[in-house]
Design a protein. Structure first.
Lengths: 266, 262
């Protein structure tokens, strides 16, 4: 058995508006795993990923990353954990008015003090590393383009590059292909998967598309209404389980789309 | 084809007419109380026109060298108060925008302060400050600065609150500290808005520095008051024309700059 890198223990999250996003979630991630989390909108996937790097603080339970309970950390220690965990977002979350390479270099901010960060004092090594990472994702000719001039697929490649610039040992990808067309989705998933394998980065990827989960994941976690209802190998994911994950009650249909954006803003 | 009339919204005739009646009634009542007389307004028009055409026009072009220093003073006052005000306002705005406020108490305090600065007119600030600083440019400058901080803090705060939070989330996720989130996430996104508001404030300051000058704030306003008291209306007309030209030039300049910074 490989070493456990992340341990999520009975995590619950209730937002201020009373939404129970997570109702007690537990699992362990081991080194080298590429885990897909599937579930419908509003099932708690985004909240779960954000509890891992504490963009959202859980109401109860513990998240242990490499032996450290992250919810207890002070700001300076939190920085050291966060910089080890790369994150990729559905909406890319780039700073539109900055160039591609400036966005990638943001991945280094966790390694810099405030003075260096405020005056953009990235080391020459960092700059060249950023350039080489952009070469890896095929964007070396676009480094001075503004982020808002890129296509969706290019933006997500910048997102991946920014996460890689952190030199992470763990990757969180929150619906990385949900805003992309099918062809671009395949390209991005291929990049993400290949890079995580090559750099030995363990990853949790939340997905809507079950076929991508089946193709890439070493393990699949199915989540519904804030609870894990499936955790196993891709081949164990039967059609009836999939149906169970994606079938919704009427109440849930009514509130999902409304509640999630607000939840993320907190 | 259907001949029946298809309304575009639910008709609420009664409420509409009641609204019209209420507005008319209010206008009549307030008009009576303030002794507003339409006929009187029309009656004085010839006199006003006569005054403008015989006394004000043509503007005394020869007075330009004489008013030039005052005009420059006004422009300097407007520029320095805008720039200083912008720097202070940016700090204030970061302290009191919902998305960046470090502490709720600080947020409320700064908001209250900016509100006081903004809601007391610059004219009143000048009158309040004249006893402390004496008549002159310093008073005008202080009044403009206070007014600028008041309004720009509000503009900047709203601009900061409007920006896309997702980019900020990303900077937090890489381990950026509070300061780095501001520097790398917040500021780059709101620069166009900040520049636009600052330029707008510069226009406002040129305009209000004229009025402020008349109550003791120095600059071209003081010059206008001075010439009017000496019945040199053509000199005053030239000064007013000069201000109009400056304001228009600044408007053009700021439009140009705003289009470049998107």
């Amino acid at each position: 058995m490989m070493r456990s890198i992340l341990s999520v223990k009975d995590v619950k999250k209730t937002y201020r508006n009373g939404t129970h996003a997570l109702r007690g979630v537990s699992f362990d991630i081991h080194e080298g795993e590429f885990v897909a989390i599937i579930g419908s909108s509003g099932s708690g996937k985004s909240t779960l990923l954000r509890c891992i790097n504490q963009l959202v603080k859980q109401t109860q339970g513990s998240v242990i990353f490499k032996g450290t309970a992250v919810e207890k950390l002070k700001n300076s220690e939190m920085k050291k954990i966060r910089r080890e965990i790369g994150m990729i977002f559905q909406h890319y979350n780039l700073i539109d008015r900055l160039t591609v390479i400036q966005n990638v270099l943001h991945g280094r901010l966790g390694y810099m003090n405030d003075f260096q960060g405020i005056f953009d004092l990235y080391s020459n090594e960092d700059r060249w590393n950023a350039y080489h990472i952009l070469e890896r994702v095929g964007l070396e000719n676009e480094i001075y383009k503004r982020a808002d001039q890129l296509s969706g697929g290019q933006k997500q490649r910048v997102g991946i590059a920014r996460a890689l610039a952190q030199n992470p040992s763990f990757m969180l990808a929150d619906e990385p292909i949900a805003s992309l067309d099918p062809v671009t989705s395949s390209v991005i998933m291929e990049y993400l998967y290949r890079i995580c394998r090559e750099d030995k980065i363990s990853a949790i990827v939340s997905l809507h598309q079950v076929d991508f989960a089946l193709k890439y994941a070493t393990r699949i976690i199915g989540i519904k209404q804030g609870l894990i209802i499936f955790d196993g190998k891709p081949k164990e994911l039967t059609d009836s389980v999939i149906d169970q994950i994606y079938v919704k009650g009427k109440d849930e249909l009514a509130k999902t789309e409304l509640i999630m954006p607000e939840a993320i803003a907190i | 084809m259907q001949s029946e009339y298809l309304p575009l919204k639910k008709e609420k005739r009664l409420i509409t007419w009641m609204g019209v009646a209420a507005v008319t009634f209010t206008a009549l009542v307030t008009g009576c109380i303030s002794e507003f007389n339409v006929l009187e307004a029309f009656r004085v028009i010839p006199g006003v026109l006569n005054f403008i055409f015989t006394d004000f026009l043509p503007p005394a072009v020869k007075s330009v060298p004489e008013l030039w220093p005052s005009l420059l003073d006004t422009i300097y006052m407007a520029i320095i108060s805008t720039i200083t005000g912008a720097v202070i306002s940016l700090i204030f705005a970061l302290l009191c925008a919902d998305t960046t406020a470090p502490h709720p108490l600080l947020k409320v305090t700064v908001r209250a302060l900016a509100s006081v600065f903004r809601n007391i007119p610059e004219l009143a600030w000048t009158i309040i400050l004249v006893p402390a600083f004496g008549i002159g440019k310093t008073v005008g400058l202080m009044a403009l600065l206070i007014g600028s901080v008041g309004s720009m803090t509000r503009f900047f705060t709203e601009s900061i609150e409007e920006i896309n939070q997702s980019g900020i989330e990303a900077v937090r996720a890489v381990g950026g500290s509070y300061w780095l989130v501001l520097k790398s996430g917040v500021i780059p996104q709101c620069i166009p808005a900040l520049v636009a508001w600052t330029l707008y404030n510069l226009e406002l300051n040129v305009r209000s520095s004229t009025v402020i000058g008349m109550v003791g704030g120095g600059g071209i306003g003081f010059y206008i008051l001075f010439t009017i008291k000496l019945f040199r209306y053509d000199h005053a007309a030239m000064a007013i024309l000069a201000i109009a030209v400056v304001v228009i030039l600044i408007e053009l300049l700021s439009k140009n700059i705003r289009e470049r910074i998107i």
